[in-house]
Write a protein that binds this ligand. Structure first.
Ligand code: PLP
Length: 427
């Protein structure tokens, strides 16, 4: 700032004053500008938790703005003029989509699991297969969540094989519920056995205890219609008789961060009367976005064009190749003598613990730094940090001494190319 002010010394008084104000305003803006900014996700992981997961459709954004800038009937029943229930707005739409009796919404799926466990199995045992004790992204680990919810983990079976008789033998007066957790980010292959939801719900019903299924991603539609791998849908799981089902709002649903709980009305009512529900509930803005996204599902034919997450997942390779063809020359020219840029086939993944082994064919820009022997790593670091330092940072992934930009999620090509001139720090 001092430097700029000194440089103003020769100006006329009015110019000086104008320029001085401009510099002050810039300095103040710099001080208060947000640290949370948009980035280009070229990592090849579509639903990337560290990059904020799903991008919302325009309809959801519009609903959020309306909810944020107005008073709303969030918890107000317009027909009776009395206090209403914030879950009522979503409940009908979710139940229609999933065939469930009742539904409620909380801050995220981790909160949904915690709330369900704490409501139905406080100081009791939760029976779960050894093969399903998953850790999702470090902070969410099933054994730890059980402990926080004040439940006792009762693991049964073995890592690779668990049978119905293992569940049956573990049920006692101390049992709070039977639980099945989607293994999300890993798969056990080979000599394996797990018990299908339909059999677990039958057993649970016979022994009069609830059966809870944590789906993790929880798709509302069969993804095979978009040439994507099969992922159990929420309605399949409802049909198989799970008493409560938990899933995320911002994974395969493509909505805002939220955790959705659907299932038997009596159990949902118990969940809603847990004091923790108040602490974990969603605000009107999230609710507005989620409602808009779920409404989009009512028109399945237009889903792919209206839901950005699904558009990215289902983007045809031919379209990704066209994007590659547009960007490869400008990037090569910009990096001339610094790096060699080629196009290569690569695999994108869905991310966020959905279908970890099912990869989608894609195309990447492969940027190999030109450096003296022994200095490749350093050059690679310089290259990736230069792209990360752009006004809209470009996040790729480093593999085998090269920087890869998977182009599946590159939507605004002009914006991407437009900032190449700002690349610096490459020398
Ligand atoms: C992702 C996931 C969670 C946690 O969901 P968040 O939306 O990240 O809170 C819980 N259980 C399973 C099986 C998951 O895949």
């Amino acid at each position: 700032m001092q430097k700029e002010v000194n440089a103003l010394a020769w100006m006329s008084t009015s110019d000086f004053f104008e320029e001085f104000c401009l510099q002050i305003s810039k300095a103040v803006q710099g001080q208060f500008s947000s640290t949370l900014i948009p980035v280009f996700n070229l990592t090849g992981t579509v639903v990337h938790t560290n990059l904020g997961r799903a991008s919302l459709p325009a309809e959801a954004v519009e609903s959020m703005v309306t909810a944020a800038t107005h008073a709303t009937n969030l918890e107000y029943d317009l027909s009776s003029g009395k206090r209403g229930d914030r879950d009522s707005h979503l409940e009908r739409a979710i139940c229609e989509m999933t065939g469930a009796e009742a539904a409620t919404v909380v801050n995220n799926n981790a909160a949904a699991v915690l709330l369900v466990l704490n409501t139905l199995a406080l100081n009791k045992e939760v029976i779960i297969s050894r093969g399903e004790l998953v850790e999702i992204g470090g902070a969410f680990r099933i054994p730890d969540v059980m402990e926080s919810a004040h439940c006792t983990l009762r693991e049964i079976g073995t890592t690779n094989r668990t049978h119905l008789k293992d569940y049956a033998a573990a049920i006692s007066d101390d049992t709070g519920l039977l639980m099945k957790v989607h293994t999300s980010n890993y798969e056990i292959r080979g000599f394996t056995n797990s018990v299908p939801e339909s059999e677990l719900s039958k057993l649970a019903q016979e022994r009069d205890i609830p059966f809870v299924s944590d789906l993790g991603s929880g798709s509302l539609v069969d993804l095979r219609q978009f040439n994507l791998p099969y992922e159990p849908t929420v309605s399949d799981t409802v049909e198989m008789g799970a008493d409560l089902i938990t899933f995320s709002g911002d994974k395969l649903l493509g909505g805002p961060q939220a955790g959705i709980i659907v299932g038997k009305r009596e159990l949902i009512e118990r969940v809603k009367s847990n004091p923790l529900k108040r602490a974990l509930r969603v605000d009107k803005i999230t609710l507005a976005a989620l409602l808009a996204v779920i409404n989009i599902y009512k028109d399945p034919d237009r889903l792919e064009s209206r839901l950005p997450m699904l558009a990215d997942l289902a983007r045809p390779v031919a379209e990704i190749e066209k994007i590659a063809a547009r960007v490869i020359v400008p990037i090569s020219e910009r990096l001339v003598e610094k790096a060699v840029v080629t196009m290569q086939t690569c695999k994108s993944q869905i991310g966020s613990g959905a279908l970890p082994l099912d990869l989608m064919e894609s195309r990447a820009l492969c940027i190999t730094p030109i450096a003296e022997k022994g200095k490749t790593d350093e050059a690679l670091q310089r290259l990736s940090s230069a792209f990360r330092a752009l006004p809209k940072p470009v996040i790729g992934r480093v593999s085998d001494g090269r920087l890869l930009f998977d182009l599946r999620c590159l939507r605004d090509v002009d914006e991407f190319l437009g900032q190449l001139d700002d690349l610096s720090g490459l020398d």
